[in-house]
Design a protein around this ligand. Structure first.
Ligand SMILES: [Zn+2]
Length: 81
């Protein structure tokens, strides 16, 4: 028995093409958002650095760790703030 244009072999090939197109689309969408997240990460990092330089963020005198969450003692080195 030979499979014609509507046979199971043809359907499998079409499904494989759809899966390949979906994989490519997902990969492209994933790679396209990476520059955006890089820019957002740089912006957040620069904003925190600027705030720390201005003195808005309390930092540890020993290691410079951000003490906003634990104002009494540095969780990084244990020094009292
Ligand atoms: Zn510290």
């Amino acid at each position: 028995m030979q499979s014609d244009a509507t046979g199971p072999g043809k359907a499998t090939r079409a499904a494989r093409n759809v899966m390949k197109a979906l994989e490519t689309t997902c990969l492209v969408l994933f790679l396209a958002q990476l520059p955006t997240w890089l820019v957002v990460g740089l912006w957040l990092w620069r904003r925190q650095e600027r705030a720390a330089r201005r003195g808005d963020v309390p930092t540890c005198a020993c290691c410079g760790y951000d003490l906003r969450a634990t104002p009494d003692r540095c969780p990084e080195c244990g020094a009292p703030a």
